[in-house]
Design a protein around this ligand. Structure first.
Ligand SMILES: Cc1cc2nc3c(=O)[nH]c(=O)nc-3n(C[C@H](O)[C@H](O)[C@H](O)COP(=O)(O)O)c2cc1C
Length: 160
């Protein structure tokens, strides 16, 4: 079997977008920066996210059974950093968001969002794969925040 180091080195060569998955517990909002996300099915609309079961966000998503995937715009790198462990408490101070259909925070200024109810959870190694049934989503013009080789990038692409 390959080593975790070799695996991580090869994965660094895979360019991705960057999203913040939000959820809540007892009215307290929580978010986590993710790039392990994929479309699963168009009919019914479903997507998947992979969340480390050691992450605090895991408890929020598994308890509330809802989450929102917020796809960050190029000018939202500060949010990617904030939700990747910089803020232990009061994560949403000075973050513009509204409560969505599921109650999960929908962050303002993103290029897309997908609000989901958890349909399935599968344990896989250190992570859980959550399959979400999409109950609401939106798309806006803009440029995505990119991630490649361990750093944030502007991929130089834009949608009208
Ligand atoms: C670009 C990027 C992508 C990430 N993708 C994921 C991911 O898909 N799943 C995950 O569990 N953690 C991912 N992480 C790590 C979490 O954001 C990080 O561990 C976070 O601090 C966990 O916070 P929590 O324990 O407060 O929930 C990623 C981090 C970065 C910077």
């Amino acid at each position: 079997m390959t080593s975790p180091g070799e695996f991580k080195d090869a994965m660094r060569r895979v360019p991705t977008g960057v999203s913040v998955v939000t959820s809540f517990k007892e009215d307290e909002p929580r978010g986590i920066t993710v790039n392990a996300f994929a479309s699963v099915s168009a009919d019914p609309p479903q997507l998947l996210i992979c969340i480390n079961r050691a992450a605090r966000s895991y408890l929020y998503i598994s308890a509330s059974r809802v989450f929102c995937l917020n796809v960050l715009a190029g000018n939202q790198r500060h949010l990617a950093e904030r939700f990747a462990g910089k803020m232990r408490e009061r994560q949403f101070d000075e973050v513009a968001y509204r409560g969505g259909l599921t109650g999960s925070p929908v962050i303002e200024g993103t290029i897309a969002h997908f609000e989901c109810r958890v349909a399935e959870e599968h344990h896989a190694g250190s992570h859980s794969i959550f399959i979400g049934e999409v109950v609401a989503c939106s798309a806006r013009p803009g440029t995505p925040l990119g991630y490649f080789n361990g750093g944030y990038h502007d991929f130089g692409i834009e949608v009208e």
